[in-house]
Design a protein around this ligand. Structure first.
Ligand SMILES: Nc1ncnc2c1ncn2[C@@H]1O[C@H](COP(=O)(O)OP(=O)(O)OP(=O)(O)O)[C@@H](O)[C@H]1O
Ligand SMILES: [Mg+2]
Length: 236
């Protein structure tokens, strides 16, 4: 069953329309990759799902219609959005950034355990736990942004280009985490990624956007084998 189901999603800024009616699904504890060239509308799609931009169409989360929902309400329902370009609180320590993620939770013991799990996932965050987030490297800030999202205990994580500006080795490590998020945390992921090969290798479903329209979608392996996708995004 789909945890997230998007149908005929139209969205834009001001009077201009950027998405012209897209469909996509994320399975419960599954991973869907959202691919497309710069300006195709990938970030806008994530924003439209959580109500950050004006939209029309239907968005269903766990069987509930959330088409008119606010970003805060989406977060409360368990949708964590890790925006493009990170978004950590640079003036706060690493530790406090993670605590902010858990602010709405009352299960104190579980919060403590989750904090330890984040530090296990990213040991560098434990080492730097008292440092200002602003002093972390780009890759470390990305790890912190993901960890902060994890601390909200989401059911669905929207990841917008997590590899942006990261060294290949760090990117590979981040991507290796996706199966762990599914298996150990039970989190479904909708991931926007320029590195299509990497994203397709981890995802079970994939959707390719061009100028605000879906041009290819289906099981990730099938999308990876599509000739147009291979030429345009995989260079093979
Ligand atoms: N705040 C905004 N106001 C007006 N237009 C915007 C705004 N943000 C994005 N757009 C426009 O919407 C279109 C889609 O942008 P979007 O950021 O969704 O693309 P994207 O697929 O995420 O691209 P990228 O890979 O470069 O991040 C672009 O034409 C962009 O110029
Ligand atoms: Mg974008």
């Amino acid at each position: 069953m789909s945890l997230l189901s998007v149908r005929g999603l139209v969205a834009g800024y001001g009077v201009g329309e950027v998405l012209h009616g897209i469909d996509l699904d994320v399975a419960d504890a599954g991973t869907t990759a959202l691919l497309g060239a710069n300006g195709a509308g990938k970030t806008t799609a994530l924003r439209a799902i959580t109500g950050m931009v004006k939209r029309r169409g239907s968005v269903t989360f766990d069987g509930t219609d959330i088409s008119g929902i606010s970003p805060h309400a989406a977060a409360r329902l368990g949708i964590a959005h890790v925006p493009q370009g990170r978004g950590t609180f640079v003036q706060l320590s690493v530790q406090d950034n993670l605590r902010v993620g858990a602010l709405r939770r009352s299960d104190r013991n579980a919060v403590r355990t989750d904090l330890d799990r984040c530090f296990e996932l990213f040991p560098i965050l434990a080492e730097r736990s008292r440092s200002h987030a602003g002093t972390l490297s780009g890759g470390e800030q990305q790890m912190l942004a993901i960890s902060r999202a994890l601390m909200t205990r989401p059911r669905l994580m929207l990841l917008d280009e997590p590899s942006l500006g990261l060294a290949p080795a760090i990117t590979r490590r981040l991507f290796a985490l996706l199966p762990q998020l599914r298996a150990e945390w039970g989190i479904a992921v909708l991931i926007v990624e320029q590195n299509a090969a990497l994203a397709l290798a981890q995802a079970d479903q994939a959707v390719v956007l061009e100028s605000g329209r879906v041009v290819v979608s289906g099981p990730a392996a099938q999308v990876a084998g599509n000739d147009d996708v291979r030429r345009a995004y995989l260079g093979t």
